[in-house]
Design a protein around this ligand. Structure first.
Ligand SMILES: [Cu+2]
Length: 311
């Protein structure tokens, strides 16, 4: 691998070394301080080894040996490691401070993300597989899971925190730059663990407030909508403004705004959504969404087009 491609992995939408948020920046600084600390220790140890084997291989006086052990073997590592430890621990309490108003509940599901915005005032707003946050505000995440342990990590913004059944873990993040970042599950949770990702869209605060406060457009009357009802999709999915009220699977109100289908699996195009509906078992092994292989490709496409119109 060339140096360029090795470094290429350190920037972009999913890199802890290319921070776009306050917490991620502190973690990145911690990383670089640790790297420098480790380099200093390594250099001193190798230097002493070269001195002892090459420069002065003959026996030393007792007193010199004792001094070397006292300073190089006790004092030096104690000071360096204690310094790094105190610095590292000092960053932790800040990650647990309360946020500034907006709370977002995120639950790790098999294999997708259930999202509920809980603003200080007003009704909760339900969503899935995508999280929008305002830039410059400390947003509080309440993280949990109904079944197995997942972990919530948005490398460019901060994290990672385990999502543990029966527990609610808190995480506070502040985005500093508008943009689209990628989050992923970082605790092995089953067959499609590697296929559960999500987009985080950090928006300017006014745009975010508009989005959160606005009512989704009324779902269009369409053939796809009738097929959605006919095939019982509403038993598991909710679409605001329709009779579909299921809660087993991801919320599909405003599905058309999502950049991907299947929790980061494929770009959100009608063709990919139709494929996801018919071949879920192939695309996402052990997912709880049944594959509708018996649905004709045309009907699947009609449903997909209708879902894509939900904004
Ligand atoms: Cu997971």
């Amino acid at each position: 691998m060339s140096a360029a491609s090795a470094l290429g992995a350190c920037s972009g939408v999913q890199s802890a070394l290319d921070p776009a948020g306050h917490e991620a920046r502190e973690v990145a600084s911690l990383f670089w301080v640790m790297v420098v600390g480790a380099a200093v220790v390594w250099t001193v140890v190798i230097g002493v080894a070269i001195y002892a084997t090459r420069l002065r291989p003959d026996p030393h006086e007792d007193i010199v040996g004792h001094r070397l052990i006292l300073w190089g073997g006790v004092a030096f590592p104690t000071v360096v490691l204690a310094g790094l430890l105190v610095y590292g621990l000092g960053l932790m309490p800040k990650l647990r401070e309360a946020g500034e108003g907006l709370r977002i509940d995120v639950s790790g599901e098999q294999f997708w993300w259930r999202v509920a915005y809980r603003p200080k005032e007003g009704e909760p707003v339900l969503s899935a597989n995508e999280i929008r946050i305002p830039v410059g505000e400390r947003v509080e995440f309440a993280l949990t899971s109904p079944d197995v342990i997942h972990a919530f990590w948005i490398p460019s913004l901060g994290g990672k925190v385990d999502m543990i059944p029966g527990r609610e873990n808190r995480l506070v993040l502040k985005a500093e730059k508008a943009g689209v970042y990628r989050g992923a599950c970082t605790e092995f949770c089953g067959a499609s663990h590697a296929l559960m990702a999500f987009d985080v869209i950090a928006m300017d605060k006014p745009a975010f407030e508009d989005w959160l406060g606005s009512r989704p457009a009324d779902p269009a009357r369409a053939k796809g909508r009738d097929l959605f009802t006919l095939h019982g999709c509403g038993a598991c999915h909710r679409v605001g403004g329709t009779e579909a009220k299921g809660e087993v699977g991801p919320e599909l109100t405003r599905f058309g705004q999502r950049k991907t289908v299947g929790a980061g699996l494929l770009p959100n195009t009608p063709e990919n959504v139709a494929r996801f509906i018919r071949e879920t078992d192939v695309l996402k092994p052990r997912s709880k969404m049944p594959a509708y292989g018996a649905l004709s490709p045309d009907d699947a496409l009609e449903i997909a087009r209708w879902l894509g119109s939900l904004k």
